[in-house]
Write a protein that binds this ligand. Structure first.
Ligand SMILES: Cc1cc2nc3c(=O)[nH]c(=O)nc-3n(C[C@H](O)[C@H](O)[C@H](O)COP(=O)(O)O)c2cc1C
Length: 192
């Protein structure tokens, strides 16, 4: 019995937006998990979050996302570099922010700073979106010295030297936390 209204909602959502119904989530939503990532950990985080959202979630690179017109809801995620969003996410918001902002379900950032000290990045992100999402979260990513561009290598080497920390590769990604956030998003969308 529970499935009847859910299916109807999915059909209505598809009809009203002209969106493709195939691929709609169990809650009737097509959700794009959009990432902007320089070295891959934000993309990996987006994939784990999509796994938690489950059926109907599609992972999309910000650089090729367009105005995301085919999606009922969007989750936006960006790596942080020099205290700023990835340029592809900033460009997406610049170009398509007004079209997307009312469909933003959640925001996340992936950074090196401990999450309890990085709330300012989420505020900055929400400010750039002009929207207050249902949910937002800070995740830690990875930094692999051998993958850095020469410019990023020099920048980080200087940063760590000045901060008095060793300049060492790390991987602080946490699949479970990302999947759990995806599940939270799914539950939040069920009520919407
Ligand atoms: C050039 C550069 C600058 C960075 N600046 C910051 C920063 O300002 N604050 C921060 O918390 N992390 C910073 N980080 C760490 C990254 O946010 C972190 O490694 C993140 O996981 C990168 O995501 P990605 O793998 O998707 O590129 C920086 C990393 C690089 C390479």
């Amino acid at each position: 019995m529970k499935f009847v209204p859910i299916v109807l909602l999915a059909v209505m959502a598809g009809a009203s937006l002209g969106a493709a119904v195939p691929g709609a989530a169990g809650n009737g939503k097509n959700v794009a998990v959009v990432f902007a990532s320089r070295y891959g950990s934000t993309e990996q985080t987006a994939r784990w979050i999509a796994e938690g959202i489950g059926e109907g979630a599609t992972v999309v690179a910000a650089a090729s996302a367009g105005d995301l017109g085919g999606y009922d809801r969007v989750v936006l995620g960006s790596g942080i570099y020099g205290n700023r969003l990835h340029a592809d996410m900033a460009a997406l918001l610049e170009r398509h922010g007004p079209a997307v902002k009312d469909r933003i379900a959640a925001l996340f950032v992936v950074c090196g700073m401990p999450p309890d000290q990085a709330g300012g990045y989420l505020d900055m992100f929400a400010g750039a979106c002009g929207a207050k999402p249902l949910l937002s979260r800070v995740f830690n990513g990875w930094m692999k010295k051998e993958t850095l561009s020469p410019e990023d290598y020099r920048g980080l080497e200087n940063y760590f030297r000045n901060a008095g920390y060793p300049f060492e590769s790390y991987d602080h990604t946490d699949r479970e936390k990302c999947v759990a956030f995806g599940r939270e998003i799914r539950v939040a969308l069920e009520g919407k």
